[in-house]
Design a binder for this molecule. Structure first.
Ligand code: BG6
Length: 488
């Protein structure tokens, strides 16, 4: 019957798994030839509600370079995945992961960012990771750049603000594709590309001392370079492995109008357009007119070379991925803002928030999935979603039912979106194993199904412990999302 002709649940082969980033887990920051990265010069935030990743300036940078310890720089130690990867992947396999999203640290492959020859020890490490994944038939999904650019490119070019970084990146991506391409089917270029408008962590460019307008100019120019580099990486991959799939990755922050006032609705629309601008370019291959207007009205001049537009138009991505943590509210004359690393927009009185002030909105995920599907008609992939919480280890156990509840509610809405007709490839929740927080560099903001015995000062045995949510996710995967109950 026609009425029943719509998907009822997660499709067979749905890619369930988890996601991490090299700089938040690997540690071994100065081992086996690895160069320093931009993530490893960032200190722990002074307060829970304050982000530390974009506070780097010339003075703090020099201080970090002179410091050869991990004490003040948690992303130098991660959770020592570098030495625990086999044990960790075994635990992922025990949960039944079909896919594991992780990033390659560019500076492990090219310590200075633009070395002619790759660091063999770096390639060998990721080969070992892939060996383990293959053992358990876990599909890798690799992010090529996840907030961890080689620091030497900051020192040499001021990061992505300089066009020469495009060539350095595409030299790195070519090496990586050639070396790992046969073993990897799914790739992502830049993690949350849109957060480059916030600064250093994504652009690798020091701009703290610039006036606001020049800062924005530098950030959008840096992002243009990333968009071109992303399209060129797509070209490289498809030339080498035509069947492989490469996607873009957006921090998707749906925003709602604060009221039905047309002015509020329009303000929310513009905020959303500025968020979706990046995927618009990566999927549709051109700068949308609304951004050209925004640039003109704000005196922002994006310098392009003759070929850039053709490159963007010729090499669009194969699929669209995004992180989803929260939604925000936009008001036409707004001053209140939400906190958290997605720091835009106002508070929504109908939503609860996490201890870090992130507004929890499972239905927003369904709305987002529908809108992204309508807009792009490309397969979608939810590559991050999760709850950062302060877990308590009591008698060797963590009863994290708040996490199960959070994830369950989001998975329910994903299922609804699939029934709405959205084509969804998979779901990699964020931080299946506790790791260092991106925005605050805390260890005590935990996302995992697996507890890691380490505190904010880096003290602990690094022992891995299964939380209650571990067994719950195992069941979710085993039933392909049919059984989401929490009967612990
Ligand atoms: C995303 C990032 O913004 O959110 C991850 O891609 C990050 O790197 C995740 O860890 C959660 O943010 P946080 O600040 O809680 O670690």
């Amino acid at each position: 019957m026609y009425q029943e002709n719509y998907p009822q649940s997660f499709p067979a082969g749905f890619l369930w798994g988890g996601a991490t980033a090299a700089n938040q887990i690997e540690g071994a920051w100065n081992l086996a030839g690895k160069g320093l990265t931009t993530a490893e010069v960032v200190k722990k935030a002074v307060s829970r509600k304050k982000m530390s990743m974009d506070e780097v300036n010339q003075a703090t940078l020099q201080e970090a370079i002179a410091d050869h310890t991990t004490t003040s720089y948690p992303k130098r130690r991660g959770i020592d995945f570098y030495h625990h990867y086999a044990e960790d992947i075994k635990l992922f396999a025990e949960m039944g992961f079909k896919v594991y999203r992780f990033s390659i640290a560019w500076a492990r492959i090219l310590p200075h960012g633009d070395d002619e020859q790759p660091n063999q020890a770096g390639l060998a490490f990721y080969d070992r990771v892939l060996d383990e994944l293959e053992k358990y038939q876990i599909q890798p999904l690799i992010t090529l750049s996840h907030y961890e650019m080689p620091l030497d490119l900051t020192l040499k070019y001021n990061g992505w603000s300089d066009r020469r970084t495009i060539a350095a990146f595409n030299h790195y991506t070519k090496i990586v594709f050639k070396h790992f391409g046969k073993r990897v089917k799914y790739w992502l270029t830049f993690n949350e590309i849109n957060t480059g408008t916030w600064g250093f962590h994504a652009t690798g460019a020091l701009d703290q001392d610039l006036p606001k307008q020049q800062q924005l100019q530098l950030r959008y120019q840096s992002l243009h370079h990333q968009l071109v580099a992303s399209a060129l990486a797509t070209k490289q991959l498809h030339e080498l492995y035509p069947a492989d799939k490469i996607g873009c990755m957006l921090a998707r922050m749906q925003t709602y109008p604060a009221s039905p006032k047309p002015k509020d609705v329009r303000a929310a629309q513009l905020a959303d357009q500025k968020n979706l601008f990046f995927t618009d370019v990566q999927v549709r291959g051109e700068y949308p007119a609304f951004m050209n207007r925004y640039f003109a009205e704000n005196n922002l001049i994006i310098k392009m070379e003759a070929n850039d537009q053709a490159i963007l138009a010729t090499y669009p991505v194969d699929f669209v991925s995004f992180s989803y943590y929260m939604t925000t509210v936009t008001e036409s004359d707004q001053d209140g803002t939400t906190v958290g690393n997605m720091a835009t927009g106002g508070r929504n009185p109908y939503l609860k928030e996490s201890a870090w002030g992130w507004q929890i909105d499972p239905i927003g995920l369904r709305i987002t999935l529908n809108e992204m599907w309508d807009r792009y008609q490309k397969p979608l992939f939810v590559v991050e979603n999760g709850l950062g919480a302060q877990d308590k280890l009591v008698a060797g156990q963590v009863h994290d039912h708040y996490r199960i509840d959070y994830l369950r509610q989001h998975i329910v809405q994903m299922k609804e979106a699939i029934k709405d007709g959205v084509k969804l490839l998979g779901y990699t929740m964020w931080g299946p194993i506790d790791l260092i927080s991106f925005s605050t560099s805390e260890m005590s903001k935990r996302y995992g199904f697996i507890y890691v015995d380490q505190d904010d000062q880096g003290r602990g045995t690094l022992k891995r412990i299964r939380k209650d949510s571990f067994y719950w996710y195992q069941k979710v995967i085993a039933t392909n999302g049919a059984d989401l109950s929490d009967n612990h």
